[in-house]
Design a protein around this ligand. Structure first.
Ligand code: MN
Length: 235
């Protein structure tokens, strides 16, 4: 039988040094994964000794942007940047809850991206106990860099994330300060979802989130490993 409408085409992210691309299946995101950012958002950071469960949400896979060009989204007057480590999964998870070793073995590579947020809509949803989707899961809300194979990243924990807007530093954070590290997050996701090759995970943002405006040039960096430049376009 023929398709009545065109089938969606996956966004495909280049993988450095391979001549190959990574087709995106799902985009998982983690909230409040740096204590300082949780505080700036008015939340009580997780107690590392009894940190409970992470906050998860998803973005549609076609929200991924590869050239950094982001139209100012409709429905908001408060577009915010959140620079994040992006983890790409290269294998399907076995059924059931993963252990940390099984989780780590799923990782194909890393990138850096922005979890763009319509902060006014997210804040209104939070205040009413409603879902965050309109604040988080919108078109072009997930610009990402190319991916770097995991075996080319010697010490992930020793790396830092940063975001500059017009050359001015806005965000900076050490991956050593993640509340839940990459295996932790994949273990927690495996309690809730069947993880598959093609999934991306945005790992949460450090402190310093703030507005982006039309015409802003931004640069997101996983320092010393990979970066992506972009621009916010007119509405
Ligand atoms: Mn985020």
């Amino acid at each position: 039988m023929r398709d009545l409408v065109p089938a969606p085409v996956a966004v495909r992210i280049p993988v450095r040094g391979t001549g190959a691309r990574f087709p995106v299946r799902r985009v998982y995101c983690v909230g409040r994964n740096f204590a300082e950012h949780a505080r700036e958002m008015g939340a009580t950071p997780a107690d590392p000794a009894a940190r409970g469960t992470p906050v998860f949400f998803l973005k549609p896979p076609d929200a991924v942007v590869l050239d950094g060009q982001v139209p100012y989204p409709p429905g908001t007057d408060e577009l915010h940047h959140e620079v994040e480590l992006v983890v790409a999964l290269g294998r399907d998870a076995q059924p059931g809850v993963l252990d940390r070793g099984q989780a780590a073995a799923l990782v194909l590579g890393y990138g850096v991206g922005l979890d763009l947020t319509r902060r006014d809509l997210q804040a209104a949803a939070k205040a009413r106990g409603l879902p965050w989707d309109t604040g988080k899961a919108f078109d072009a809300s997930a610009p990402v860099s190319e991916l770097v194979p995991a075996d080319a990243v010697a010490d992930l924990r020793g790396l830092t994330l940063s975001l500059d807007v017009h050359g001015e530093r806005r965000q900076h954070g050490r991956l050593a300060d993640l509340v839940w590290d990459v295996p932790d997050i994949l273990v927690e996701l495996s309690r809730l979802y069947a993880l598959r090759a093609g999934d991306l995970v945005f790992m949460g943002t450090p402190a310093g989130v703030g507005p982006l405006r039309p015409g802003d040039d931004w640069r997101a960096s996983l320092d010393g490993v990979v970066e992506v430049h972009g621009r916010v376009l007119a509405r």
